[in-house]
Design a protein around this ligand. Structure first.
Ligand code: ZN
Length: 222
């Protein structure tokens, strides 16, 4: 009885709503009949991943690979590790237990991997946003987790929201992370290299909504 009644009420309400919209025809029917398109706000990950095709082959900044006469050149250019879905981006240039990587307005990091020298106890990642878009539209950060934790950490970050840099502050799976930065800004994080040893593989990625599909790479101690 009660259920029937509520259903009845509901359908009545629906009918009323439907009728209410129609029984006051404005002079111009056409404008009333074409509602503005509603932007679907669901599933930023797949939507952005599919819709955004960044320009192919952005030439990286001129960085002579190993030609600057560094002492310990281990000749990595011949034995390039198989890059997975992240494409064939170069490895980060590491100096004095730190590296600087870039994120741009096309939702891309400029490197596909970071190798932390085994001699480093701490390691610093500087993140420079080389684009111009504001942080709310194209924010970038660097989050480091085990590869197996990446998706879950990204989801938890999504729930945490922009105020927490899209990183859940209580998420113990997060090994290290930077703040979010917008165009022209730089941030950095220093973490213990021991955090990415022994239980890998490990990934770095941007946890801004939808970005981890493209902005990700591998990080390891070697
Ligand atoms: Zn990003």
């Amino acid at each position: 009885m009660n259920i029937k009644l509520t259903l009845l009420t509901a359908s009545c309400a629906l009918a009323l709503a439907a009728c209410g919209g129609n029984d006051t025809p404005p002079r111009d029917r056409d404008t009333a009949a074409t509602p503005p398109p509603v932007a679907g706000d669901t599933a930023p990950d797949s939507a952005m991943g599919a819709g955004n095709t960044p320009p192919a082959a952005t030439t990286p900044p001129a960085q002579p690979a190993g030609s600057t006469g560094t002492a310990g050149n281990t000749g990595t250019d011949t034995a390039a590790p198989a890059a997975g879905a992240s494409g064939n981006k170069p490895a980060a240039v590491v100096n004095d237990c730190s590296t600087t990587i870039e994120g741009n307005d096309a939702m891309q990091f400029d490197v596909g991997s970071i190798t932390v020298p085994a001699s480093c106890s701490d390691f610093t990642i500087n993140l420079h946003h080389s684009g111009q878009l504001p942080v709310a539209a194209m924010g970038h950060n660097v989050v480091i987790t085990r590869a197996a934790d990446m998706q879950a950490v990204a989801s938890a970050g999504l729930s945490a929201g922009a105020d927490d840099n899209y990183v859940d502050p209580d998420d113990e799976r997060v090994i290290a992370h930077t703040d979010l930065v917008g165009g022209g800004e730089t941030t950095s994080v220093t973490f213990a290299a021991s955090g990415i040893q022994g239980n890998g593989p490990y990934k770095f990625f941007c946890s801004f909504p939808g970005h981890s599909a493209l902005m990700r790479g591998t990080i390891q101690v070697q």
